[in-house]
Design a protein. Sequence first.
Length: 277
Amino acid sequence: MSFDLSLKAPDTDALPHDRPKDQAAPGTDPVVDIERWLSHFRGNQEHRLEPEWDAPITLPPGVIKPLLRSLEQFELGDGGGPDRLIARNADSFRCETTAREALVDMWFVEEKEHSRLLGGLVRRFGGRSIQGHWSFSAFCLSRQVLGVGFELSILLVTEIVSTAYYRLLCHHGDDAALKGVCRLILRDEAGHVAFHRDRMARTQGRTYGPLWEMGFRLLAMGAATMLYINHAPALTAVGAGGSDFYREVRHELALFLRRLRTEAAEYREAVHQGQGA
C-alpha cells in the first residue's frame, strides 16, 4: 500500500490555524501551497530563544546516562544523514518546481537545526556525537529503496511519534536546557506535520477512508514501537512509562487524522465552488 503525503497550516497555538477560503483553490503548484509554506518557514526562524545552556544541570546521573544514549541517536537521526529527500525518485517530487525545491530545502534546514540543539544537550550531559546506529541505517535504507511516496510517509509518521517523545521529555525532564530544546523542536514538528497534512488534503481524488487509515495507523504504530524499543530507557528514567508514550502517540494520530479529513473536505469543497463559479 502506498501512502500519499501532504502539507498545511501549523497545529499549535504558536502557529496559524485558519486558512482563508479564497486561498484554498489550486495555485501554480497543484500539490503544495508554496507561498503559504515559504512564509511559514521564513517566519519560524524568528523569535527563537536559545536554550539555557549554562543553567545548572538538575538531572541525577542515573537519569543522564540513559537519556544521553537517546539524545545521541536523535542527534544522528536529524543531522547525521543527507539533508534532503533521498528516495531513488525523490526529484519527481522535490524538483518539480524551483519554488518547491526551495521549500523542501527549508524543511530540512529545520531538521539540521534540531540536530544542532540535540548536540548541545549531548555535550551538556558529557556525551559525544555518534557516527552511526543500526536503526538509523535501516531508516535511511527504507527511505532510499521504497520510493518518494513511502519516504514522505515514513518521515511524517516519524515526526508524529517523535512529537510524543519530545512532549514527554519536556513534561518529565527536570532540566532547563532540556525543556528549552524540546519546546523548540515541538514548535517545529507541529509545523512539519501540518505541512505534510496540507499536501495530503490538496491531493485530488483522495478521500482517506477506513482502509487507508488502517494502513497509516499500522505504519505509525510500527514507527512508534521502533522508537520505543530504542528509547524506552530514557523515557523510563525521566518518569514516563510505555503507557504514557503510546497514549501520546494515539492522541497525535487521532488529531492528525481528524484534521486531515476536515481539511481534505474543505479543499474539495473549495475546488468544487471554484469550478462552478
